[in-house]
Structure formats: structure tokens, C-alpha cells
Design a protein around this ligand. Structure first.
Ligand SMILES: [Zn+2]
Length: 82
């Protein structure tokens, strides 16, 4: 009877270890939450706002956040802030 109990406990331990290993492996296979992709930003030469490069208005003199600032900068000519 004592040996049977011992074998039962041994089998129970093996099941526990197998289950823990199985669950642990499942955890590592979980997909990590994706971090948002880094977006390159450009600084507006007129107001200093940083805008995504694909949304920025690019001119020969530099990059701007919007068409209004592009025309404003061209009409002013020299940036008074700098
Ligand atoms: Zn701007």
C-alpha cells in the first residue's frame, strides 16, 4: 500500500511537471503585442511643429507642417524667429 501511494505521488509529480512545461511553452509562443512602427517626423521651419514626414510640405527651402506655412514662409523670405 505504501509503495502504491509513493508511485501515485510520483506519477502525480510527473503530470504536474509535464503540465507546467506545456503551459510554459504555450506562454513563450504567445505573440508579443506589436509596438507601433516608428514614424519619421520633420520639424516645420515656420512654427516648429513636428509632423510625420509623409504629411509634411516639402519645399526647396525646407519642410513645413501645412501649405499655409509654406506660403507664409515664402512670402516672409527670411525666418524672423531664427
Ligand atoms: Zn508650421
Amino acid at each position: 500500500m505504501g509503495l502504491r501511494t509513493l508511485l501515485f505521488l510520483f506519477a502525480l509529480g510527473l503530470v504536474y511537471l509535464a503540465l507546467r512545461n506545456y503551459l510554459g511553452r504555450g506562454k513563450t509562443l504567445d505573440k508579443q503585442p506589436r509596438t507601433p512602427a516608428f514614424r519619421k517626423t520633420l520639424r516645420c521651419d515656420h512654427c516648429g511643429t513636428h509632423v510625420p514626414s509623409e504629411e509634411a510640405v516639402k519645399t526647396a527651402s525646407g519642410s513645413l507642417c501645412c501649405p499655409e506655412h509654406a506660403t507664409a514662409k515664402e512670402s516672409v523670405g527670411v525666418d524672423p524667429d531664427d
